[in-house]
Design a binder for this molecule. Structure first.
Ligand SMILES: [Fe+2]
Length: 259
């Protein structure tokens, strides 16, 4: 038995207890080392999974973008429409709801809005004369066709609603569902202004492009009928306060953020 003196009192230590404490301490050290190794392995595994997920996401997006460009290539009169509308739409979204504009799915939805046109025959898509009633039925199926294309992709989220609802009107007279007012997702209400603005300011075989002022006046005239008045107000501010609404003949090529 060991005797140690601490101050005036003698402390008695049991060698069996000492040896058990030592062994417990060693076991804890081994355990801590093993936990450390497992933790590092888990971090490596998580990084690998994140990397694989990111690669899969980029591949999906690249495929979707290619499909969207196929649509654009089918109709040469709308060349550049996808980039421009995504650019205008995001600028307007930043004014209406900055938090919404930050979500990547919103940019995906804007860029992929017409992807369903991949299923529309070129004889209808590129027809220069007026469409027949039956041809309109086919043409108006593109939002639902597009939603079906993007819906299975897990990270698309509200992009699906934008694709499906970009031709809805604030007064309920749009398609495919005839949604009215705030039943239409906000991102789709914003986008329909960007989409219409680009159509108005682009030359078509059957009419010339409107000027910036004429197009803004047309958008203003559609407040409360075709468009959400709150979004129209923000659009007018955008038109007067920022150099964002660059018309096709003098446009910079906007970049589409995939991140
Ligand atoms: Fe469309």
């Amino acid at each position: 038995m060991n005797l140690e003196r601490g101050g005036s009192e003698a402390v008695t230590r049991d060698p069996i207890e000492d040896s058990e404490a030592g062994s417990l301490h060693d076991q804890l050290k081994v355990f801590a080392r093993e936990v450390g190794v497992l933790y590092s392995a888990e971090r490596v595994r998580r990084r690998e999974l994140e990397h694989a997920l990111e690669s899969a996401r980029e591949m999906y997006l690249a495929t979707m973008k290619s499909l969207a460009h196929v649509v654009e290539a089918k109709d040469p009169t709308t060349r550049g429409h996808l980039d421009r509308t995504a650019h205008y739409g995001l600028a307007l979204a930043r004014r209406v709801d900055p938090e919404l504009a930050e979500r990547p799915e919103v940019a995906y939805g804007f860029f992929l809005h017409d992807i369903g046109k991949v299923g529309i025959p070129e004889s209808i898509l590129c027809k220069t004369g007026p469409l027949t009633e039956l041809e309109w039925v086919v043409m108006r199926s593109h939002p639902n066709q597009g939603a079906r294309i993007v819906e299975p992709i897990p990270f698309m989220g509200e992009a699906v609603d934008i694709v499906r609802c970009h031709h809805e009107r604030f007064d309920g007279e749009g398609y495919p569902m005839g949604l009215r007012g705030e039943n239409i997702p906000l991102a789709a209400r914003i986008f329909s202004i960007a989409d219409s603005f680009d159509a108005m300011t682009s030359d078509r075989p059957y009419r010339s492009a409107l000027s910036l002022d004429e197009a803004v006046a047309e958008i203003r005239a559609g407040a409360g009928t075709q468009f959400d008045p709150r979004c129209v107000e923000a659009f007018e501010e955008l038109a007067t306060e920022e150099d964002v609404l660059v018309l096709p003949d003098r446009r910079r090529r906007p970049s589409f953020a995939t991140g």
